[in-house]
Write a protein that binds this ligand. Structure first.
Ligand code: G3P
Ligand code: CA
Length: 263
């Protein structure tokens, strides 16, 4: 064998395009999701919010202020009002080196449009955002998953809200769930916590900054997937892969692909 050939990561690491390839394109637009695919992302990560008239749309924030030219809370705007907004020009202004004419006038996509455009065999990694202000969100999500025959083997539903994940589980026990976690300082993952997650979750999604090798190894040993967010530097990616993470979220899926090959 050729000694110069670098070994690939010895375990499977899934590459999750966070809000699409959001380092290069306006987050949560169809162009961002397509670019995520092109850059080696295996999953499309998307955050859900719900409009005044009950439509699920892809947006990270509860308000449209940061990522469109409009203002107001998503829950106070109808889909028609949201469809009038430009969800791309802000990106060009914020990132002149990646600016593209095609981003001007980009629309906020509905979940339904995303399924229609990206297809039923795509791998989706969907977050129920602020589920406490959007009653019925989980039911609407599963209705669309079923309507578009989304492949449930590769579908992951994520939330910081355990209640929301348990709702999904009650509605469809076959769906794989990721419990998102956020720590401001290093956290010792206890067996009690692990046993709790194992009752309902397929894996956990901690922020990467405070993560330790022990944390990762303990969770993996307990049969949980570990998908840290949001990892944008190759050195961090490589370190996490060495620790044994089973995937990660990144705004730069091409870097994750590279890190997996190099790790
Ligand atoms: O869903 C993983 C990660 O995206 C959680 O943080 O705020 O980017 O949705 P946020
Ligand atoms: Ca998210």
């Amino acid at each position: 064998t050729n000694a110069n050939v670098k070994a690939k990561a010895t375990h499977k690491v899934v590459n999750v395009a966070h809000r699409g390839a959001s380092g290069y394109a306006p987050e949560h637009t169809i162009q961002s999701y397509k670019l995520g695919d092109k850059m080696g992302g295996q999953y499309i990560e998307l955050d859900l919010q719900m409009t005044k008239d009950g439509e699920l749309i892809a947006m990270h924030d509860e308000s449209v202020n940061r990522t469109t030219n409009g203002s107001g809370q998503v829950r106070n705007l109808t889909l028609k009002q949201i469809k009038e907004l430009d969800a791309g020009s802000w990106f060009n202004e914020a990132n002149p080196i990646y600016a593209k004419k095609s981003y001007v006038g980009a629309k906020v996509p509905t979940l339904e449009e995303i399924f229609q455009t990206m297809g039923s065999n795509k791998n989706y990694y969907i977050e129920t955002k602020s589920p406490e202000i959007y009653p019925g969100m989980e039911k609407k999500l599963l209705k669309l998953v079923n309507k578009y025959h989304i492949n449930k083997n590769t579908l992951l539903i994520q939330s910081f809200s355990k209640q929301s994940l348990l709702k999904v589980k009650r509605l469809d026990p076959s769906i794989k769930l990721i419990q998102l976690l956020e720590f401001t300082e290093p956290h010792k993952l206890t067996q009690e916590e692990l046993d709790e997650y194992k009752l309902y979750a397929y894996g956990i999604g901690p922020n990467f900054e405070t993560l330790s090798e022990k944390f990762v190894k303990r969770a993996v040993k307990n049969g949980l997937q570990v998908h840290p967010w949001t990892v944008n530097e190759i050195s961090d990616m490589k370190r996490l892969i060495k620790w044994g993470v089973t995937g990660m979220f990144s705004n730069y899926p091409a870097r994750v692909k590279f890190a997996i090959q190099e790790a």
